[in-house]
Design a protein around this ligand. Sequence first.
Ligand code: SF4
Length: 183
Amino acid sequence: MSDSPKYNTVAAPEGYAGEGFFATKLSDVVGLARANSLWPLPFATSCCGIEFMATMASHYDVARFGSERMSFSPRQADMLLVMGTIAKKMAPILREVYEQMSEPKWVIAVGACASSGGVFDTYSVLQGIDKVIPVDVYVPGCPPRPEQILDGIMKLQEIVKNESVRRRSSDEYNDLLGSYNIK
Ligand code: SF4
């Protein structure tokens, strides 16, 4: 007889269980669903993008986190991964892509270049994408290994899981977008 398959199921959110019922918060259920079905939009301009290709492939298998469905259309993605050097000339394009994504949306800056400009402290390179769009998770490294990218996705899953369903319409969130001049 073959061994039974080994897989992990996602744990249920905190709640109250009794005979034949389970009660929890709407925010927790929505957060659980969102966190385990993040659709990535890879915005890759250089070497870090290659590491992400490895992250997607069979060995590291980003599908284990429900994120195998890449989207190259901003309107059908909710996790923007920016990987590589972003020239200042490219910054408005990145911002437009971000604005075209529908809410709720999250951003991961993958690698030193996207996070801070990396070694390219020059007149032409944006010194971190958070100069033009808000960032939720920063992944260090030049380049980060696929494990680090997966770790960044897992960190984001925690943020998404714990986000209130009201956050996107809150004054705090509008102020954040306002600080970037995004409506
Ligand atoms: S952080 Fe390093 S590996 Fe990544 S894009 Fe910049 S130079 Fe390339």
